[in-house]
Design a protein around this ligand. Sequence first.
Ligand code: GAR
Length: 198
Amino acid sequence: MKKIGVLISGGGTNLQALIDAEKSGVIKSGKIVCVCSNSAGAYGLTRAENAGIPTKVIRKNADCGGDIDEFSRRICAYMKEMDVDIIVLAGFLAIFGGELLKEYAGKIVNIHPSLIPSFCGEGMYGLKVHEAALDYGVKVTGATAHLVNEVVDGGKILLQKAVEIKDGDTPVILQKRVMEQAEWIILPRAVEMLCKEE
Ligand code: GAR
């Protein structure tokens, strides 16, 4: 059984999908052992507490003086302290580097709300991704679960799922559809794939 650490920044609906997937048996080779947020107000922390999962807040500016290496080092130390094998970025909207990437190479999975390589890379997160897709006028978008390396949104793709764009969509409407029809389905599956791997 692999130990899973989840990093979040906000509402935590993808975290909830992981918690539910563990209960339903979609994730059967791993167990969520901790949740770490870079924002103290993230509702995902409440979701974790409701599920009895230990939580920690590590903020880049308030706790690490804005130093990205210190931020990465502290997250890495917490993951090690909790004996984590696999890290899931479930709506984690901060960039980290160095130590964490090295220590957990090939063991970090991210969910991105578009079909990579479209609408991804630095500065492309949350609603901005859906705004960009609607501005471009694509008729199909989706979500991608991928491994994390030093290139933002550039790691090996594990799973993708397409979602239709409809007339009259707004970024908020589209974000909800992509979450419901793609993210909450493929993220738990990708996590199970990674946990099962030896
Ligand atoms: C999700 O749509 C996730 O794909 C996106 O942020 C949202 C977080 O929602 N992540 C990115 O854009 C990463 N580049 P959640 O907190 O409810 O899971």
